[in-house]
Design a protein around this ligand. Structure first.
Ligand SMILES: Nc1ncnc2c1ncn2[C@@H]1O[C@H](COP(=O)(O)OP(=O)(O)OP(=O)(O)O)[C@@H](O)[C@H]1O
Ligand SMILES: [Mg+2]
Length: 227
């Protein structure tokens, strides 16, 4: 399978506020994340971590500043297409669709105009479920799965379109430590095998410590390095 490699991200003076400017979530962020890099983003609650992930994932647009992904600015691009072609998201609360089976949930990002035909979708979903060791549970629905199993389905779904950028916002936050470690092992392995850029938001020190590079945010800015 051809791998286009990870996406480079370049943020220049990125600012975002909410509630008519009363809440400054990001205050002029300059940041470069190299193609294929694995970066952990840490910082206290409310410092802007999810806002940052939403902006680089094309779920929201900055108020000022520019975000370039793979060398071209997100402003003016079709963000729906960017999200579905380039980005895989894993959130803390998996938001799987409860009435669909695991295999059907994994296929959701593949649906739509220009997507693969049903048989190919199903085959890809089954291969992705095998990667997260859930082949036996392919026909189970989310309410029948454990928290860790659901989160692994969410990881498989994030990989559905072979993204060049994996964004994980507290992906292990609802899991016990051992299960959380296994979900992170999986993300790290997939990042390494696929060469995708991985940006992981986490509160947990032992998980952040696994990333070769860490970015700490404080009140919407990069925190000064420790020491
Ligand atoms: N849609 C929104 N509307 C209004 N305020 C928002 C919105 N999203 C985020 N905020 C505010 O922006 C600030 C940054 O929020 P953000 O979600 O990025 O924090 P975070 O670092 O992810 O926190 P946590 O660790 O608790 O998830 C917070 O003060 C938050 O209340
Ligand atoms: Mg958050």
């Amino acid at each position: 399978m051809s791998r286009p490699g990870g996406l480079e991200l370049r943020l220049t003076g990125v600012a975002k506020s909410f509630e008519e400017g009363r809440i400054a979530a990001l205050r002029g962020l300059d940041l470069v994340i190299a193609a294929g890099e694995f970066v952990a983003v840490t910082g206290p609650s409310g410092c802007g971590k999810s806002t940052l992930l939403n902006l680089i994932g094309g779920l929201d647009a900055p108020e000022s500043g520019t975000i370039e992904a793979g060398g071209s600015p997100l402003a003016g691009r079709d963000l729906t297409e960017y999200r579905s072609r380039e980005v895989g998201f894993v959130f803390q609360l998996h938001n799987l669709i409860p009435v669909l089976t695991a295999a059907e949930n994994v296929q959701v990002p593949m649906l739509g105009i220009g997507g693969p035909p049903a048989a190919e979708r199903r085959g890809r979903a089954m291969r992705l479920l095998a990667e997260v060791e859930l082949s036996e549970r392919a026909e189970a629905r989310p309410p029948q799965l454990s928290g860790g199993e659901r989160q692994r389905v969410a990881v498989a779904r994030a990989l559905a379109n072979d993204p060049r950028l994996l964004l994980a916002d507290e992906p292990t936050g609802s899991l016990d430590q051992e299960t959380g470690r296994r979900v992170l092992d999986l993300l790290v392995r997939l990042h390494a095998e696929r060469g995708a850029t991985l940006v992981l938001v986490t509160h947990e020190e032992h998980l952040a410590a696994r990333a070769p590079r860490r970015i700490a945010l404080l009140d919407g800015r990069l925190a000064p390095p420790p020491g």
